[in-house]
Design a protein around this ligand. Structure first.
Ligand code: MLT
Length: 230
């Protein structure tokens, strides 16, 4: 199944959830792990992130965004270009973002939760195929609203892992949407509402990076409040 927004997920019963926030949280998460990050702790609010650092992870890097920009006093924003090896290798990162970490919070009680973007799509599909369980792709969207880039990525994931699966109508719709625009993915996402916003604030290169396909083979898994490599 595919949930086009986090609210959609409330009606879902699948035990395996894949959270997708292409622009940019789940792309930055995959990039962080590909560059050696040891664990990543999502936080719902800035205050929670700061408290987690003070109380539990004093050596962690504070990361995240509000309105797409780095949070004052934090070491990292939410651009995947910031999550380079010489900064994140071996590190714990505490991350709070507007929509991505909120969607993770919705999924926290599922039996298994993974994060995906275009950058690690095939690795995630291979991991899901080995599990042989029902899967729901949970699109983070933007402040509760549908975001096309997340649904397009869900469509790619359905296409890649759904060959022998029974697909819901929303999974069929996401796959059809992806197949309809895959030859002009960049133009489509650049024209989307979050794509336009990121371009306006100077992150056009991030949008292009977030659409790169399978540059990483990592499968981030969220378990007991912490993301590590599956
Ligand atoms: C979010 O979680 O809302 C996003 O990743 C926003 C962004 O930094 O582009």
């Amino acid at each position: 199944d595919v949930c086009f927004t986090p609210d959609d997920y409330l009606a879902s019963s699948a035990s395996v959830v894949v959270v997708i926030d292409v622009l940019r949280a789940t792309t930055s998460i995959a990039t962080a792990f590909a560059n050696g990050c040891r664990k990543l702790v999502p936080a719902a609010t800035v205050a929670e992130a700061v408290a987690l650092k003070q109380d539990r992870f004093p050596d962690a890097l504070l990361a995240g965004e509000r309105k797409g920009l780095i949070i004052p006093g934090f070491q990292l924003g939410n651009s995947p270009f910031e999550y380079v090896r010489n900064i994140v290798d071996g590190k714990t990162i505490i991350m709070t973002t507007t929509n991505g970490t909120r969607a993770l919070n919705f999924a926290r009680n599922a039996a298994a939760v993974f994060t995906a973007g275009f950058v690690n799509a095939t690795a995630v599909c291979e991991c899901l195929a080995n599990m042989g369980r029902d899967v729901v792709f949970l699109c983070a969207g933007t402040e509760g609203r549908f975001s096309i880039e997340d649904v397009l990525c869900a469509g790619l994931l359905v296409r890649c892992c759904g060959l022998s699966a029974t697909l819901s109508d929303k999974a069929l719709a996401a796959r059809a949407m992806y197949e309809g625009v895959r030859s002009e993915l960049l133009e489509t996402v650049m024209a989307s509402s979050h794509g336009r916003y990121l371009r306006e604030i100077g992150f056009a290169d991030d949008v292009a990076f977030c659409l790169r396909h399978d540059i990483f083979a990592v499968v981030p898994q969220y378990c007991d409040g912490i993301i590590t490599i599956a």
